[in-house]
Design a protein around this ligand. Structure first.
Ligand code: ADP
Ligand code: MG
Length: 311
């Protein structure tokens, strides 16, 4: 079989057209292997599918952190998972990101049952299919932004000159071309988090997973990072973001709530629209329109957005 992380299958995007001049679009999720994907291009491919996922930490005492979670994430979606501290958000994200294994349930990533992977295959799958962004930036202080981003491709079997080229390209795409040779202490918190996002994106993952990405940022830097995520979403990147902050969660296109290990959809999922009778001045701004306000130049080639499902 091929690379288990590669998500080979049906749908092609511009991202598939060349390994060297890649627009950093999302790695296409598998279409052909999935029984429910159907013929044609109606629904974007399923990237992640969780059924009855449980995670109980052994303890003592045992902690049931994730209980019976079902979740399907399609290519191009921007999903926020919110909920109180300790409700199991990070535990669930760690399962999605192959950092932890569930104690029960089934998880398919790009159509592959990850329980069937060896440790080595799981590591390879994580390196190639998952980009992680955490609350802490986890940058190496003595290395330039370019080198930090290039390090993110170390396990993705990309040679160093190509890693550096892609690193500079990805930094430009997150609006940091001018800071590419700066070291983290010379960068603001918002800039450091954008470097971390570039590092996560540089190997063109199927899924960008963000665990409280604005948790260490002031309000101005939070806005910059959320604008960047919105642009990435508009350009086709598949994003799952965890946040305890409902205002941050509302920037996503779909909001889920974790409550004591259980995952539920919210009424907030539907886009906000003005009631027909509302006076224009009182009409709420549609959430997606607000989220699309461009602050940074083009991030991804428009063709890379083929996985997008517009609500
Ligand atoms: N490694 C671990 N070992 C034991 N319990 C853990 C571990 N990690 C998290 N927990 C517990 O699991 C529950 C969910 O934690 P977590 O997923 O971090 O929640 P959240 O991200 O929503 O704050 C909490 O009760 C937490 O104390
Ligand atoms: Mg957490």
């Amino acid at each position: 079989m091929g690379d288990p992380a590669d998500g080979q299958g049906g749908r092609r995007t511009a991202a598939d057209d060349g390994p060297t001049d890649h627009p950093h679009g999302p790695r296409a999720a598998s279409g052909g292997e999935l029984p429910d994907d159907g013929p044609g291009d109606e629904a974007p491919a399923v990237v992640a599918e969780l059924r009855g996922i449980e995670l109980t930490y052994p303890g003592p005492p045992p902690v049931a952190a994730v209980r019976g979670c079902d979740l399907q994430i399609r290519a191009g979606e921007y999903v926020a998972i919110t909920g109180a501290s300790g409700s199991g958000k990070s535990s669930l994200l760690n399962i999605i990101g192959l950092l932890d294994q569930p104690t029960a349930g089934a998880y398919r990533l790009n159509g592959l049952d990850v329980a069937q992977l060896s440790d080595g295959q799981r590591t390879a799958a994580r390196a190639r299919a998952i980009g992680f962004v955490f609350q802490s930036f986890h940058l190496i202080g003595q290395r330039t932004a370019t080198e930090n981003v290039a390090l993110g491709m170390l396990y993705a079997q990309v040679r160093r000159p190509e890693r550096l080229r892609r690193a500079r390209q990805t930094l430009a795409q997150v609006g940091l071309a001018a800071r590419a040779e700066a070291v983290p202490p010379q960068l603001s918190g918002g800039e450091q988090q954008r470097v971390a996002i570039a590092r996560a994106l540089a190997s063109q993952p199927s899924l960008l997973l963000c665990d409280e990405p604005t948790g260490n940022l002031d309000s101005a830097a939070t806005a910059t990072v959320l604008d960047l995520l919105a642009r990435l979403h508009d350009d086709g990147v598949t994003i799952v973001m965890i946040t305890h902050d409902p205002a941050v969660a509302r920037r996503a296109e779909r909001v889920l709530v974790m409550d004591d290990g259980r995952l539920g959809e919210t009424a907030d999922t539907a886009p906000t629209v003005a009631a027909p009778t509302a006076a224009p001045a009182a009409a709420p701004v549609p959430r997606r329109a607000a989220a699309r306000t461009p602050k940074i130049g083009p991030i991804l080639a428009p063709a890379a957005a083929s996985g997008r499902r517009r609500p």
